[in-house]
Design a protein around this ligand. Sequence first.
Ligand code: CO
Length: 264
Amino acid sequence: MKKAILAVSFGTSHADTLEKTIGAIEADLAAAFPDRQLFRAFTSGMIVKKLNRRDGLAIRTVSQALEALAGEGYEDVVLQSTHVINGEEWDKLRAQAAPFAGRFHRLSFGMPLLTGIEDYRAVTEALLSRLPGPEPGTAIVFMGHGSEHPANAVYATLEYMFHDLGRRDIRVGTVEGYPGFEEVSRRLQEAGDVKRVLCYPLMVVAGDHAKNDLAGEEPDSWRSRLEAQGYEVRCILEGLGEIPEIRAIFVDHAQGAVEEENHG
Ligand code: CO
């Protein structure tokens, strides 16, 4: 039986970080499942179009990739999401895949990064292993994407867990949802003694949002706004996909999808 694993990412038009993040996750998936051929798809139609227009790159959407795999005779396909939350892009992935259910012998789904509570434990552990220890006067801020999707509750839950683990110096905010910059900034002030802020993207790829909305020189970036409030700010632009322990969680989720299908 021809088997495939389709790594499905939001996508990025920043070629410099693509291979370090999405490419690295794909490489780990390929290594973990040597019996499956690895393929790439992006859920962002805008990025697929941009890469095509600008670089002549033909990245497939989920529908295009599944159509191609069915055409090439693959019978067992695992779709592994590399998204952070079970949000809009995950819904889109499922919706695009749904019509193909009958075209394969088995079609199964590996969950996004933050799904079950054990994922929160694994993600906080992975991040804590990379972060400097708590230091008086220093706070750590993560910028997630955020949206109006119900799964957006992920971000506040993640901060809650950091605090439970004794890291009350960590704040998690989002660029497009709640909690946003205002909430993060207020909570830094409430801490009383914060002078320095270390900022990290909570996104698989350190792309546009990380480079511009978080660390950009423009006056409305988080960096500029925090500096205007008197903090000394340092931004560390590492995408989650660059962290081996985070990639291992995606591999684990793909393993879950493989095992689930074997019971089915
Ligand atoms: Co965005």
